[in-house]
Design a protein around this ligand. Structure first.
Ligand SMILES: C[S@@+](CC[C@H](N)C(=O)[O-])C[C@H]1O[C@@H](n2cnc3c(N)ncnc32)[C@H](O)[C@@H]1O
Length: 291
């Protein structure tokens, strides 16, 4: 065993004692980040190269700082995003909803489909769509200036490293309740992972202390922002356009009824995440409300 692998084993124990959910994985990823190697190459780090910053970072993780804030990176589908204080760390649940949107946009017989990501945070959803749907244009709306600075950084990095995304993710400093009036009735797909936690609900320290409050809380039932997203989607979509909105695992039945036929929605569906929990609702805009 190498010194680094011995230290990783000790660190994993320490993280487990601190209540971290995946202690071994987190210890390995921190070691890989500090030593700038892949997780599968940890055994190749010579004992002489062991870097004591590893233990400083383990102490931060034991204090329940999110892994992604410590490494400065979050992975989302095929993206590596920069994240840190002031921006929501993108989650695997959202990758499934984004995959749904990418598949539907790919099926549309439209030369340059237009999508809108409401509450873009790090830019994860918008950038993934731009990366995976070659000719799509994505409007990325974010009200919070700090979160927006992370989105702009990620959009800029990808414009340089993957120039085919350049100019196709357009950031907007707007509230998603009254954004993009100039696109009313023309958008092919609206997607959102809005704040949806009921005020007062218990969440782990990684969430309560590090994700920005504007990304989390949304009224007594957690549905305030989702109701706003529904109204904005209804205004922006063309007839036949699609909406996808993420919600909490217990909110599937309630969110289904935010998209009723009387409001002009068709084919409203509950969709599951990889763990089999209700996670996002999708619907098709008919073009007119009947009530
Ligand atoms: C749960 S985070 C999701 C971020 C990103 N889309 C993701 O999935 O990783 C919700 C985001 O919506 C933003 N937000 C909340 N209310 C908003 C509003 N009224 N208008 C615009 N953005 C808003 C928050 O600042 C936050 O960045």
């Amino acid at each position: 065993m190498s010194l680094l692998l011995d230290e990783v084993a000790l660190a994993a124990q320490r993280l487990a004692e601190a209540g971290v959910e995946s202690p071994r994985t987190d210890a390995e990823l921190i070691a890989a980040s500090v030593h700038k190697v892949g997780r599968g190459q940890l055994h190749t780090v010579p004992d002489s190269a062991f870097d004591a910053r590893f233990w400083a970072d383990i102490a931060r993780r034991a204090a329940r700082e999110p892994l992604q804030h410590i490494t400065g990176r979050a992975h989302f589908r095929y993206l590596e995003l920069e994240v840190g204080p002031g921006v929501f760390v993108p989650r695997p649940e959202t990758e499934v909803m984004t995959g749904w949107a990418i598949a539907r946009l790919g099926e549309m017989d439209i030369a340059e489909p237009v999508a809108v990501d409401l509450g873009t945070g790090s830019g994860a959803i918008a950038l993934a769509i731009a990366q995976e749907v070659p000719r799509a244009r994505v409007h990325a709306v974010e009200a919070d200036p700090l979160a927006r600075s992370w989105a702009e950084r990620n959009i800029g990095r990808y414009a340089r490293s993957a120039p085919y995304t350049a100019g196709r993710v357009i950031p907007h400093a707007h509230d998603f309740g009254d954004t993009l009036g100039e696109l009313d009735g023309t958008v092919d797909l609206v997607i959102s992972n809005p704040p949806y936690i009921p005020v007062g609900a218990l969440v782990p320290p990684e969430v309560s202390e590090y994700d920005p409050p504007a990304a989390l809380w949304s009224g007594a039932d957690g549905l305030n922002a989702i109701r706003v997203v529904e109204r904005t989607a209804r205004r922006l979509l063309r007839p036949g356009g699609l909406v996808a909105v993420e919600h909490g695992a217990q909110q599937g039945a309630a969110v289904y009824w935010v998209f009723p036929e009387e409001s002009g929605w068709r084919h409203t569906r509950n969709n599951k995440d990889l763990a089999g929990r209700d996670r996002f609702v999708t619907a098709t805009w008919s073009g007119e409300a009947t009530a």
